[in-house]
Design a protein around this ligand. Structure first.
Ligand SMILES: O=P(O)(O)OC[C@H]1O[C@H](OP(=O)(O)OP(=O)(O)O)[C@H](O)[C@@H]1O
Ligand SMILES: NC(=O)CC[C@H](N)C(=O)O
Ligand SMILES: [Mg+2]
Length: 511
């Protein structure tokens, strides 16, 4: 996941994009970028870091224009540290296009080779986004055949891109002298929504990864962009939309509801906060069924993301809800940091246990998910150090047993604590007396309870089902090999991300 935003306005957009990127910061902490269009000239500034650190007044002054796009990056392809792979990306022909992307292409290697051989296009980074931009540019070139662009031609190019791209992609782009183009993959895996604002000169449009990024800056959420749909807003502010995929099937990523999205966003008609409350309801029922011989004294969340689920668990079980872990608000999200060493260190920096809430108590700790086990391992230890009698750990999501290839950076099986292990083995690793996981069907039902029209979800990391149909063991093996290759290792402060995860698990097992 990354956060993307795009806008066509009648007034300068640099501050508007900056403000909405701040609201999407939880989707990517590694790099940020804004590109604006002033007449036919693009201006761009991007660098590694959080939004507040990347943009200084002088950078903002260098971003004039009334249309633009922005991105906060959480890398899944290429390198975490390369500023060149920060987004947006620019290509000068045809027309001039800048583009930002949330998602992950699963056929970027084939496309890269094909483009070099057939289209004579050179891709200069390891970013799948640069590949995507060049595919779109190539399709625009073919569809327009050198003539002026109109919406029908642009949509034809998107349809062509859909036929070539595999994986997940929510995209926002600006075409120099024409306007803003945005589209979502045919499964609608990553979220993307459309908003508007009334101005004295008419309605103005904006797209963003999450509704909070629209509403927080005064726009009204209109609707989600449909899977496969393309939206084009011309420079006069007119909105053009078209379904560009042959067989669109809405299959949103369930991990958005579990962890990725902000609770105050609404995705596919489901307020994320409500989904987390419902997951808490189902989890509480499971806890009631399986926890027989421990009297739970207190229910505790691990801030931030598990709060709604934990509150609901406490309510349903009729046990006091207590916040025993204090969170340092100046440390970001741990899970999306690159590298196991930094993730592990920051859990301790970020959370501190208050003894008064733990001493001699049977504590039920609730988290939204357990992925590598970094957080749960440290937290259980902290609870024990603070004097807890028994520690039960509950996860509002089922065990993460399979890699994700659609925009969440967990491509190797070895780093997942639940891969190939029973619940008892995992409990031993994280040090809990008992571990309770949500069931896969209950997690899905929690979201469906709120919007019954949501038939299916992209839930591969829980159920091992890869909806794009191009993922097999050989593909996952090759990903693992690439991620564990020496160059990739030293590049993500992960140097040995995989090994460190393994080491941490082995040490835990031995202890
Ligand atoms: O098993 P792990 O690999 O540790 O991953 C899971 C943890 O990471 C996330 O928290 P994070 O600190 O990223 O964000 P939050 O403050 O939104 O909960 C998530 O909420 C879990 O607590
Ligand atoms: N998480 C994402 O959406 C990542 C976008 C893109 N694949 C990158 O690595 O920059
Ligand atoms: Mg957390």
């Amino acid at each position: 996941m990354c956060g993307i935003v795009g806008v066509v306005s009648s007034s300068p957009v640099n501050q508007l994009i900056y403000d909405s990127l701040l609201l999407l910061q939880h989707r990517g902490q590694d790099a940020a970028g804004i590109a604006t269009a002033n007449g036919n000239t693009f201006h761009m500034y991007k660098a590694n870091g959080m939004v507040r650190d990347v943009f200084r007044t002088r950078n903002m002054r260098g971003l004039p224009g009334t249309t633009g796009i922005g991105q906060v990056r959480y890398p899944t392809a290429g390198s975490a540290s390369s500023e060149e792979e920060a987004q947006p990306f620019y290509v000068n022909a045809p027309f001039g296009v800048i583009l930002a992307h949330n998602g992950n292409l699963t056929n970027s290697q084939q496309l890269r080779e094909e483009m070099f051989r057939r289209d004579r296009r050179h891709i200069n980074t390891h970013s799948d986004t640069e590949v995507l931009l060049n595919v779109l540019a190539d399709e625009l070139q073919r569809a327009s055949q050198g003539n002026v662009l109109d919406p029908a031609t642009i949509f034809k190019a998107v349809a062509g891109a859909h036929r070539r791209l595999r994986g997940s992609y929510a995209v926002v782009a600006q075409i120099a002298g024409y306007g803003m183009l945005s589209f979502r993959d045919p499964f609608g895996i990553r979220p993307l929504c459309l908003g508007s604002v009334e101005t004295p000169t008419g309605k103005e449009w904006m797209v963003a990864s999450e509704s909070v990024a629209l509403e927080g800056i005064g726009y009204k959420m209109e609707r989600d962009v449909l899977p496969g749909e393309a939206i084009f807003v011309d420079l006069e502010g007119n909105l053009h939309t078209q379904q560009c995929a042959d067989n669109p099937v809405l299959t949103p990523c369930i991990f958005e509801y579990v962890y990725l999205a902000r609770p105050d966003s609404c995705i596919e008609g489901v307020p994320v906060y409500d989904a987390r409350l419902r997951m808490g309801d189902y989890l509480a029922e499971k806890i009631r069924r399986v926890v027989k011989d421990i009297d739970i004294d207190v229910v505790m969340p691990i801030p931030d993301s598990s709060r709604p689920a934990a509150m609901q668990v406490a309510k349903v079980l009729n046990v006091p809800y207590r916040e025993g872990f204090f969170k340092n608000r100046y440390v970001g999200r741990t899970f999306i940091m690159p590298g196991q060493a930094v993730r592990r260190k920051s859990v301790r920096q970020k959370l501190n246990a208050m003894a008064i809430e733990f001493k001699d108590k049977n504590v039920l700790i609730v988290d939204d998910s357990i992925v590598r086990g970094t957080t749960s391992f440290e937290i259980v230890q902290m609870a024990r150090d603070a004097g807890a009698k028994k520690v039960i750990f509950a996860s509002a999501a089922p065990p993460v047993k399979f890699p994700n290839v659609y925009g969440i950076d967990m491509p190797t099986r070895g780093e997942l604590v639940a891969y190939g292990r029973t619940d008892e083995e995992i409990a031993r690793i994280i040090g809990a007396d008992l571990l309770v996981y949500q069931d896969v069907e209950d997690m899905k039902q929690a979201v469906r309870d709120i919007n019954p029209a949501l038939d299916q979800f992209e839930a591969s990391c829980f159920d091992g089902h890869y909806i794009t149909g191009d993922i097999d063991e050989a593909y996952l093996d090759s990903l693992e090999e690439a991620r564990n290759a020496p160059a990739a290792k030293s590049d993500r402060d992960g140097a040995g991300d995989h090994e460190r995860s393994q080491l941490h698990l082995q040490r835990a097992v031995q202890e």
